[in-house]
Design a binder for this molecule. Sequence first.
Ligand SMILES: N[C@@H](CCC(=O)N[C@@H](CS)C(=O)NCC(=O)O)C(=O)O
Length: 219
Amino acid sequence: MPTLTPPTSSPEPVAGRMNLYWSPRSPFVRRVMVTLHELGLAMDVHRIDAVVAMTGCNDGVMRANPLNKIPTLVLADGSVLTDSTLICEHLASDSALAPADRTARLQALRWHGIGHGLTDLLVLWRNERLRPAAQQSPEILAAWDAKSVATLAMLDGDAASLGGTPVTLGHIAIACALGYLDFRFAERNWRTEAPRLAQWFAAFNQRESMQQTMPPISA
Ligand SMILES: N[C@@H](CCC(=O)N[C@@H](CS)C(=O)NCC(=O)O)C(=O)O
């Protein structure tokens, strides 16, 4: 497998380039990075390492994005995009990742929405699990469990379709959500719940874009 030179990285934005507020552990950032790799644009982005938390503010991120979220993409002309879905759709707008055909596009959007929604749910679920045990809500934890089970079952039914269509932003969003399940919910063994989806993911996960964006093993 060829080794790609990683995109440049430093604590400060570089004028005249695309600058991405980035972390290797964020599944939302990963979706943007996979999209950049699939488009052959990964080398064009300057990464700015950003540690963020719901419980605080990162001054550097806040200067670009008052919502304090990553990914935040600052385009070469200084325009700022503040949400992974918007960023991916902007990057892919003239490419096959966002098909022009109406039916294919609708399917891609649907998968993009479900993949993003599953990621959202998993991140919130993990945040709840990180709170002191006495402050965690058993109702919320049970509801997220039920919703994730239902989402995986739905996606398992779409596995043949996912495997049978060219790669879109939807495929990327679902793959990044499943990658996050492996990263943060390793004990769950989701593959027994969704074996056909697991088979699709095993193949998709071999793509260079996925391999180059694996989250680090350590916490
Ligand atoms: N809807 C946003 C969610 C991004 C998000 O929540 N990112 C987390 C890191 S994984 C974050 O920036 N958290 C910091 C905060 O909420 O202040 C997107 O899709 O980009």
